[in-house]
Design a protein around this ligand. Structure first.
Ligand code: SAH
Ligand code: SF4
Length: 367
């Protein structure tokens, strides 16, 4: 099997080249060709000796995951479904805004964590994505979008993806090594050169992995909170039983020592009647009192048989105002790409479930 060079960060590629008897600057050149120029064919790497190009062509390849479907929404949002093995697909979404272009990247096929309101969680879990499959999502987006004029400015933008959020399918910190290697590529000046502040990992709160991320690759951090008490969070985000709120808040404080921003973003899905009352908002203020933070409220995006409802707009407003009056910066996530099911938590992809969860649910429903 040819070795996929999208699987390497620069350090790894340099080590591999050393094994081949090639100098570090050769690795750097190839790395730049693939990530900065989007070249997948060694023959096009014109400043590299023909002998090395031939050697690489014989043993290696540059292969992003195959595109199964590509959609464009009326509001400019793009969505790709990537094929990652039989019965498995993951989704990637690009959200253009005036001052930035954000790519929402997946880290796993499905998710093993079973948050009750999440359609990815509902579909079960198959496997972790490889580094090439994670980086490949950015590779495809960057190099396909850079040939198109920007919708607002009309100009062709050589680097349309300015921000990455690890908020697609999967729990990034449950696929730690591959995600960190992929982040290394995103941050590398010889590749995408994104700043740490513009790359965000979103986690449901795997405490030990948050500490490891702070050490290894401190990018911006978003934490999916969704409930202000352990009793409620245990139900909505079951990993809370393992890492309850007090531990999670302490981990957030530790993370901030290394973080590129001086706040944590708390994501909070508003579920009608479940966690969206004024009492919940007040309890939330208490819960986060020791953590410098901002809030990102996400009105629940429905999917079939979810069992939850969208929050009413007056409930959303009241919730938001209570936080704002207490001095917090609050954003409410706009629903983008709704017409192509590209909104948060609607990313369905396709998961050949290996966890047995999907079968269990079918049996339960039939009983
Ligand atoms: N596993 C990570 C990242 C992926 S989910 C995490 O949980 O943080 C990205 C965000 O979308 C999370 O905050 C998640 O809780 C939220 N989300 C999941 N399902 C949703 C839904 N149906 N509606 C709105 N947001 C949802
Ligand atoms: Fe997994 Fe995040 Fe969905 Fe929870 S919300 S099931 S952690 S993808």
């Amino acid at each position: 099997m040819p070795q996929n060079l999208l699987d390497f960060d620069l350090e790894g590629l340099t080590a591999r080249f050393a094994e081949l008897g090639e100098k570090p600057f050769r690795a750097k050149q190839v790395f730049r060709w693939m990530h900065q120029s989007g070249v997948a064919d060694f023959a096009q790497m014109t400043d590299i000796a023909k002998s090395l190009r031939d050697k690489l062509a014989g043993m290696a390849e540059i292969r992003a995951p195959g595109i199964k479907l590509a959609h464009a929404s009326a509001d400019g949002t793009r969505k790709w479904l990537f094929e990652v093995g039989v019965g498995n697909g993951v989704e990637t979404v690009f959200i253009p805004e005036e001052d930035r272009g954000t790519l929402c990247v997946s880290s796993q096929v499905g998710c093993a964590l079973e948050c009750t309101f999440c359609s990815t969680g509902r579909q079960g879990f198959n496997r972790n994505l490889t580094v090439a499959e994670i980086v490949g999502q950015l590779w495809v987006a960057q190099h396909s979008l850079k040939t198109e004029p920007n919708r607002t400015t009309g100009a062709v933008d050589p680097r349309p993806v300015s921000n990455v959020v690890m908020m697609g399918m999967g729990e990034p910190l449950a696929n730690f090594e591959n995600v960190v290697a992929a982040l290394d590529v995103m941050l590398d000046d010889h590749a995408y050169g994104l700043s740490r502040r513009r790359v965000t990992v979103s986690t449901s709160g795997i405490v030990p992995a948050m500490d490891r991320l702070a050490e290894r690759c401190p990018v911006a951090l978003a934490v999916s909170l969704h409930a202000p008490s352990d009793a409620l969070r245990d139900q909505l985000v079951p990993i809370n039983k393992k890492y309850p709120l007090a531990e999670l808040m302490a981990a957030c404080r530790r993370y901030l020592v290394h973080a590129p921003r001086d706040f944590i973003t708390f994501e909070y899905v508003l579920l009608a009647g479940v966690n969206d009352t004024p009492a919940h908002a007040r309890e939330l203020i208490e819960c986060v009192r020791d953590v410098p933070c901002k809030f990102n409220l996400i009105p629940f995006n429905p999917f079939p048989d979810s069992g939850y409802d969208k929050p009413r707009s007056d409930a959303q407003r009241a919730f938001r105002e209570i936080l704002q009056d207490a001095g917090f910066v609050v954003t409410t996530r706009k629903t983008r790409g709704d017409d192509i099911d590209a909104a948060c938590g609607q990313l369905a992809g396709r998961v050949a479930d290996k966890s047995g969860r999907v079968l269990k649910r079918i049996h339960k429903a039939a009983a």
